[in-house]
Design a protein around this ligand. Structure first.
Ligand SMILES: Nc1ncnc2c1ncn2[C@@H]1O[C@H](COP(=O)(O)OP(=O)(O)OP(=O)(O)O)[C@@H](O)[C@H]1O
Length: 345
């Protein structure tokens, strides 16, 4: 049976059915709609003001590849300029190949690229060295804890290096919903209080961060990359954890099968969540070493590096176990194969 006509242009044949709305669209109309929706997210949330110098956290993976491509399309309308910033965590056999993808993207799209390396920023520590040092702490899980905290710091440093005024990352709606669900299941009111909204406004001198793909489903991110023929790196990190996040992902998949809007509804719920005053976490202070926001004497990055340098990584993780496990915004985890979402027609 031939594919139905595109419900937008009514001329081309539809190439996909949008997973949530069910609309049948051709590839060109789908991509235009996807870009318009990201534009709406940025404008409605006032995420990137005119004149912003935007550092795109570029991992070479599908999400940041799509984000960089879409923002490049939208840059003239938004009046922003883009810088790709890639973090080399020092993960042999993984990050090198991902960085090669980022280098190809930068060359093809004529975007400036800066690579910052953990080894240079963190006194010689690479993730491979951290992994050796933390072996026995529940390898993959503690690796991802370290990596998430250090990457956040590294991205901030890279963005400052290129004179960026804002940082964007490629977290999508599925990433966000998993995080919200995990925070609920762990009763982590501190993260719930910080986890909604489209990013952080740049407290404590940090650059403002946002996630323009926060309302885009993972399937549609993959579809966009497919129709725009984007070249990205899709292998899983060698330290990808067998983490709690996997349970949240499985649960969400089942919920989504029963109620297709479950992922977005969860993201919106977290955005609008208001905690009772008694449940609000204490206002963070400044890290006594680097001045970054910290809820203890040292911020998470300085505490982890301190533990590593003293040969006692367990201390840094153990002290704040609840606070540091599977840290921060979504990331650092096993992914389903991207091919799952290739068009139906
Ligand atoms: N090594 C890195 N260098 C720069 N930015 C990164 C790096 N790793 C992750 N990021 C940023 O953090 C976002 C979320 O990272 P995560 O590890 O969850 O990967 P992901 O959801 O698979 O995204 P992607 O498909 O872009 O790799 C990425 O989209 C990217 O913007």
């Amino acid at each position: 049976m031939p594919a139905p006509p595109c419900t937008s242009c009514h001329t081309a044949r539809a190439a996909l059915r949008r997973p949530r709305s069910g609309h049948a669209l051709c590839g060109a109309c789908f991509c235009a709609t996807f870009e318009a929706e990201v534009l709406h997210t940025v404008l409605a949330g006032r995420l990137l003001p005119p004149g912003a110098v935007v550092a795109v956290g570029a991992s070479g993976g599908k999400d940041s590849t799509v984000l960089a491509h879409v923002l490049r399309e939208l840059a003239p309308r938004l009046d922003i300029s883009l810088q790709l910033v890639a973090v080399d965590e020092g993960i042999g056999g993984y990050r090198d190949a991902a960085l090669a993808a980022v280098q190809r993207q930068a060359a093809r799209w004529e975007l400036p690229l800066t690579v910052v390396a953990y080894a240079d920023l963190f006194g010689g520590w690479t993730m491979d060295a951290v992994a050796r040092s933390t072996a026995g702490l529940g390898r993959s899980r503690s690796c991802c804890t370290f990596c998430g905290v250090l990457r956040r710091r590294a991205l901030e440093e890279g963005a400052r290096l290129v004179g960026a005024t804002h940082i964007v990352t490629g977290h999508n709606a599925d990433d966000m919903a998993e995080t919200v669900l995990m925070n609920f299941l762990r009763g982590d009111t501190g993260r719930l209080a910080r986890g909604g909204g489209l990013g952080s406004p740049g407290e404590g001198g940090a650059l403002p961060r946002c996630r323009p793909l926060q309302f885009a489903s993972q399937k549609e991110v993959v579809l966009y990359a497919h129709f725009r023929r984007l070249d990205y790196f899709s292998e899983e990190c060698v330290y990808a954890p067998e983490a709690f996040r996997g349970h949240a992902r499985d649960l969400l998949k089942r919920l989504e099968a029963a109620r297709p809007s479950a992922v977005l509804d969860l993201v919106h719920s977290a955005e609008r969540l208001a905690l009772a005053p008694a449940a609000l976490p204490p206002r963070p202070g400044a890290c006594s070493r680097c001045g970054a926001l910290a809820s203890r004497a040292l911020c998470q990055a300085c505490a982890l590096l301190d533990g590593l340098n003293r040969g006692r990584p367990r201390l840094a993780i153990g002290k704040g176990r609840r606070g540091l496990d599977e840290e921060g915004p979504p990331g650092d985890r096993a992914r389903p194969p991207a091919s799952e979402a290739i068009p139906a027609f």
